[in-house]
Design a protein around this ligand. Structure first.
Ligand SMILES: Nc1ncnc2c1ncn2[C@@H]1O[C@H](COP(=O)(O)OP(=O)(O)OP(=O)(O)O)[C@@H](O)[C@H]1O
Length: 564
């Protein structure tokens, strides 16, 4: 089938050049020199693709963008004068799938047309079988959820995947921003290129420039070889800037330049290299607020946030919890090589639907991993979930803990209409919450702890009561713990500090979580060594199950080859 295109520009020579390029690519085209001519052609013919200049003698090409993208899924790209980035962004917001700058560079034009051809192909497939197109199947199998909020979200993802516009994914931690970013890439015409995710908060600031743009050998001490930057790695594909709010201001300037110019220069290099990347970015922080407070550059925000996609919290889509749980249990069974996927009892499922998921989908997954570990059978009941029984106080605590951390989880008030009819407890407790008033902060912190991702901590500072009780609980006669105790006490012997200093010395330098994990690891390795790394016997020695031991070994990175 021959692809047909409409080219709209008032420069005759440029139109001729575009037509020749399209013909060479096997595309038949018509040329319109004005907006009204373009409209007439569009009405009379059935084009697969449109390429329009924005500045036309009788109006703006944006009109055409609006008309075509509102009435069809035909890809439309715009030609912009060099430097008029704002207009290009406006066109993308209105639904243009890409833009190309004047003076026209033929390789860039060809690349844009190739992307358009891929979009046309995807559109044809989707039209032939809308329910079971490969795109829809990929989306449904990886972004689990069928609730009312998920339908429009999935449709938007399909549309965004076909565009080249920068997308900013907002939403609380664990809502699936990275899952969506990867899907947008895999569903896009860039899918044959690389998807390069980068956690902007994890790169030390002094290494950032080299990580993003690369460096030449010898350009600084330690640059022993040429290194390719993340921009180049993502060339032809997608660069996903996760936790983009954590970029230092100095780096924001450099990034903005690279995004605008579509070129990068490695440290120590004299040449600028062109890069063809699509930028996706995400953060769980309120970027708008960071812009207001001067922590994030407005111009960069404007460039990366051409289209914003907000992901709902899990609390806002409780109807999806059963299907998500089923999905994760199947994944866990596969990962842990269980014969059958474990299943939830109706009561367990209901309990999950009433939990306040501050950690969103990630928390659900972790909670289920823990439950599978604790359950001795393949049936997971309420007792295995490790959640407190539902009662009025807890429901109130849930509400309060939501309010205390608005940036990380803006969970809406649970909607009683989402609850099953027979569960009166939670409904009543929501209704009663104002009557009962405040509850203790201790309960709130318990709730927050329950909601934590096992490898994440809300804060590195522990309240002094917890520090004291932890120090008190150290038992000198238990070997792995006593070795640390010994270490701490020895260091105190060499100290001449105050009593407070001594007490501080007793606390784990790297925090409670790290300390406890080290203890757990030591005990497991001790048991494994005693049994010649026989996991069944080691589990017995530790008074736990084989499955639990295997889970803990995985969590703590204890590999068999650690055996000495
Ligand atoms: N709709 C979903 N379907 C299936 N799995 C999901 C879904 N949403 C999230 N997940 C899973 O939840 C976990 C967290 O998702 P992801 O890392 O994408 O969240 P995030 O919003 O990027 O979190 P953060 O802000 O902390 O980086 C992952 O294991 C992911 O696979």
């Amino acid at each position: 089938m021959t692809v047909t295109a409409l080219v709209v520009d008032d420069e005759v020579d440029l139109c001729r050049l575009m037509q020749i390029t399209l013909t060479k690519m096997g595309i038949k085209s018509d040329v319109a020199y004005t907006l009204s001519q373009a409209r007439a052609y569009w009405q009379q013919n059935d084009y697969d693709f449109c390429l329009t200049d924005l500045k036309l003698p009788d109006g703006s090409g944006l009109e055409l963008v609006k008309h075509i993208s509102n009435s069809s899924s035909t890809p439309i790209a715009v030609i912009t004068a060099h430097g008029s980035m704002d207009l290009a962004i406006e066109a993308l917001k209105l639904g243009a799938f890409d833009f190309v700058n004047k003076p026209l560079e033929l390789p860039r034009l060809r690349q844009l047309v190739e992307n358009a051809l891929k979009v046309i192909h995807q559109n044809n497939e989707a039209e032939a079988a809308p329910e079971c197109s490969p795109e829809q199947q990929m989306l449904d199998s990886r972004l689990i959820g069928d609730s009312a909020v998920m339908h429009p979200l999935k449709n938007t993802i399909l549309k965004l995947a076909r565009s080249q516009a920068p997308v900013f994914l907002s939403g609380a931690s664990g809502t699936g921003k990275e899952v969506v970013a990867k899907l947008i890439h895999d569903l896009s015409p860039r899918r044959d290129g690389s998807f390069v995710p980068v956690n902007c908060g994890a790169i030390p600031s002094e290494l950032m420039e080299s990580e993003f743009f690369g460096h030449k050998k010898g350009s600084f001490t330690g640059a022993v070889a040429d290194k390719q930057g993340l921009f180049q790695q993502a060339n032809g594909g997608t660069l996903f800037l996760d936790e983009v709010a954590d970029l230092p201001l100095a780096m924001q300037v450099k990034l903005l330049r690279a995004i605008q110019e579509k070129t990068v220069r490695a440290i120590g290099d004299t040449k600028e290299l062109p890069v063809d990347i699509r930028i996706l970015s995400a953060t769980h922080k309120d970027l708008n607020q960071l812009v207001q407070s001067g922590m994030f550059r407005q111009d960069l925000y404007y460039r990366i946030n051409v289209i914003e996609l907000k992901l709902p919290t899990l609390n806002a889509r409780r109807d999806d919890i059963p299907v998500l749980a089923k999905h994760f249990l199947a994944l866990i069974a596969k990962e842990w090589q269980l014969d059958t996927p474990p299943s939830l009892t109706a009561a367990a499922c209901q309990r999950l639907q009433h939990h306040d998921f501050a950690g969103n989908v990630r928390e659900l997954r972790n909670l289920l991993e823990r439950a599978v570990t604790l359950a001795e059978t393949y049936t997971i009941d309420v007792s295995h979930l490790g959640l407190a029984e539902l009662n009025t106080h807890q429901e109130i605590n849930t509400q309060q803990s939501q309010n205390t951390d608005a940036t990380s989880h803006k969970a809406p008030t649970p909607n009683p209409s989402n609850y099953k009819e027979d569960d009166q407890t939670a409904i009543t407790s929501v209704i009663n919450k104002e009557e009962i008033g405040q509850t203790s902060t201790v309960k709130q912190s318990e709730q927050a702890t329950t909601n934590l991702h096992p490898y994440r901590t809300i804060t590195q500072h522990y309240p002094s009561t917890i520090q004291r009780s932890m120090a008190d609980s150290v038992e000198p006669d238990r070997s792995p713990i006593s070795s640390i105790e010994q270490e701490l006490t020895t260091s105190h012997d060499e100290q001449t500090g105050s009593k407070e200093d001594f007490q501080r010395q007793l606390l784990p330098a790297k925090g409670l979580e790290h300390y406890l994990q080290e203890q757990e690891k030591n005990l497991i390795i001790t048991a494994l060594k005693q049994t010649g790394w026989n996991k069944t016997q080691a589990a017995e020695l530790l008074g736990t199950t084989f499955r639990s031991l295997r889970y803990r070994m995985k969590k703590l990175n204890i590999a068999e080859d650690q055996a000495d």
